[in-house]
Design a protein around this ligand. Structure first.
Ligand code: 13P
Length: 339
């Protein structure tokens, strides 16, 4: 793929009114989700659940791409059609999570560094040959007493940039994700400071590693109060602070920003994205790459009776995709939820 192609794919990922469905839960995370609905986490059940999501009628209307886990990229529908082909026929880009998880950072108790660079060049070549068009790598940053350390931010930024450069070499658009976790009682201001530091470090490392920003997508966490904070900032405040933070730390050349939901409520995540797009004063499209906030209602409906509820679960996904598609245009209203 030439750099022109990278730019084209990156732009398509954040095309008007569309965003990304994150369905790249590792087997461990999938176990947690399935435990919550009382479904056994077998490979076949994971396949059936993902088939339900991917074959949602009209998925492509508001979904530009889907992030897979390694297992899912290799799976097929019950009729034997590879999931990658299902997406391609629908006009949805297949993506793949390529990091191998966040592991304890030596010498820094409570902090993590994401691993997976060893052998990554070969894995990316294989993923590209299987049809993947973009890849994701997630770093995790925790807010706490004396956290994050400079070491944690730097180690994660460095790995993200090395991964991004390898992606572009393999013809895959990198989605770089430095997630500042919502866990904790911290105030919005603290989240702002940490997010800005993480983003500045990331873009400095991307520059060092000669990563083409026009062919890169940032998956960002919002600037938001900690989930246990006594007084949590409201929707407008979150939107203003997040946009301000991005404007300060993210180069205008970047192809686009998509947000993770990170434990926000389904409608809360939509309202935040919408409020940002209503502000409308930034150089990049602001869209979504939600996992839980897109899947949650669908997962619950499917889990109640996987054999009988496929169509009902797909309607739930289509609804959340539509609400978030409207939010990328700043045209979401809470009243639409009832429709
Ligand atoms: P959530 O939206 O559930 O946070 O998941 C998005 C994601 O892919 C995190 O890496």
């Amino acid at each position: 793929m030439s750099s022109m192609d990278l730019v084209k794919v990156a732009r398509a990922m954040v095309a008007e009114g569309r965003g990304i469905l994150a369905a790249d839960e590792s087997t461990g995370t999938c176990q947690k989700r399935f435990d919550s609905i009382g479904v056994e986490c077998t490979e076949e059940n994971r396949r059936q659940y993902r088939e339900m999501l991917l074959t949602t009628p009209g998925l492509a209307e508001h979904i530009s791409g889907v992030i897979f886990f390694d297992e899912t990229l290799r799976q097929a529908t019950a009729d034997g059609k590879p999931f990658v082909d299902v997406l391609e026929e629908a006009g949805v880009l297949p993506g793949i999570k390529v990091d191998t998880g966040a592991h304890p950072l030596a010498g820094h108790p409570g902090e993590k560094v994401t691993e997976g660079l060893d052998g990554l060049r070969g894995r990316l070549e294989e993923y590209a040959s299987l049809g993947a068009k973009f890849a994701k790598w997630r770093a995790v940053i925790t807010i706490g007493e004396n956290r994050p350390s400079a070491a944690c931010i730097e180690a994660n930024s460095h790995a993200l940039a090395r991964y991004a450069a390898l992606c572009q070499e393999a013809g895959l658009v990198p989605m770089v994700e430095p997630e500042v976790l919502m866990d904790g009682a911290h105030a919005l201001d603290e989240c702002y400071e940490v997010t800005e530091a993480a983003l500045r470090s990331l873009f400095s490392q991307l520059y060092e590693q000669s990563v083409l920003l026009e062919g890169t997508i940032l998956k960002a966490s919002m600037v938001i109060s900690g989930s246990e904070a006594a007084e949590r900032a409201g929707v407008e405040e979150v939107a203003e602070a997040t946009v301000q933070c991005l404007l300060n730390a993210v180069p205008a050349a970047l192809a686009g920003v998509v947000f993770l939901s990170g434990g926000q409520g389904d409608e809360e995540a939509t309202a935040h994205l919408d409020a940002m797009n209503k502000l409308g004063r930034f150089p990049w499209p602001l869209s979504f790459s939600y996992g839980r906030a897109l899947q949650h209602p669908s997962l619950v409906t499917w889990g109640a009776d996987p054999a009988a509820n496929v169509a009902a679960a797909q309607r739930k996904l289509a609804h959340r995709a539509r609400m978030n598609g409207l939010a990328t245009l700043g045209r979401y209203e809470a009243e639409l939820e009832a429709a």
